[in-house]
Write a protein that binds this ligand. Structure first.
Ligand SMILES: [Zn+2]
Length: 264
């Protein structure tokens, strides 16, 4: 029995790190407006086209000791870390939903969210292209709602519409308030827009929890950043990573958190 679990979870992990490897390509190329399909991956320093054995997620990096086989230049540890992270996310989602269409839906959703996390970290932007793609894919949960019910919406004809508009509306109000009250842009429009697909995938209730968690985590980090690490008060801290972490926590633990808050 444990062997069955070992094999199934092992396969899920391998799938996750493979998707993570593809996400590395997306994270690097989408902001550069390059195709994510062609050409094959190359070394960033010497342009050497990577062969099959140099493309194995995590393991190639370990075997090559983080250096290009051709020119010996350093390959960032970020690449295997993104792959490992995606493997872990795939395991957590599978552990939560098991053999279910929800597992497929959330593998897809969090793959997109991982790209959002790192693109915002690198470029301080959530590309419209990614938000639009996520919103189109967000019609999968909408379709599930009208055909077989969807766990993340309550009943109701307008539930998908509410889920698309309420969380992004709340974010828009916060963004406008931050401009009026603090005379600076705290939350970007990308952070507002990304809550349209997030709402579609996780429903408006968990989205509101995700927003709360994002501000809680972002605020805590901001204070640590300034007080403990003594960084500048004006340093720009990208917000999407906190949105993604808040959303992941909401999906995995949200029901328990809401019960805990609402019962008390
Ligand atoms: Zn090279």
């Amino acid at each position: 029995m444990w062997l069955d679990y070992f094999i199934i979870y092992g396969l899920v992990f391998v799938l996750g790190i493979t998707i993570g490897s593809f996400l590395n390509v997306c994270i690097y190329r989408i902001p550069e407006k390059m195709s994510i399909i062609k050409p094959r991956s190359r070394c960033g320093s010497c342009g050497h086209t990577l062969t099959a054995w140099e493309l194995i997620p995590i393991f190639s990096w370990l075997i090559l000791k983080g250096k290009c086989h051709n020119c010996n230049s350093t390959i960032s540890v970020r690449y295997p870390l993104v792959e490992l992270l995606e493997g872990l996310i795939f395991l957590l989602v599978f552990h939560k939903f098991g053999v279910s269409v929800l597992t497929l839906v959330f593998w897809l959703f969090f793959a997109i969210m991982t790209a959002v996390f790192f693109i915002d970290l690198d470029h301080k932007i959530i590309p419209n292209k990614v938000v639009i793609f996520a919103t189109i894919v967000g019609f999968i949960p909408v379709g599930l709602h009208y055909t077989m019910g969807y766990d993340f919406y309550s009943d109701g004809l307008l539930e998908p519409l509410k889920s698309a508009l309420i969380p992004s509306g709340v974010m828009l109000i916060i963004a406008l308030l931050s401009v009026v009250l603090f005379r600076k842009v705290g939350i970007g429009m990308g952070d507002v827009k990304v809550y349209i697909p997030i709402g579609l995938f996780i429903g408006w209730r968990l989205s509101l929890l995700s927003i709360w968690l994002a501000f809680f985590l972002g605020g805590t980090f901001g204070v640590l950043w300034i007080v403990v690490f003594r960084k500048s008060k004006n340093a720009y801290i990208p917000f999407a990573p906190f949105i993604v972490i808040g959303t992941l926590v909401s999906v995995l633990l949200g029901e328990s958190i809401l019960k805990f808050i609402l019962v008390r």
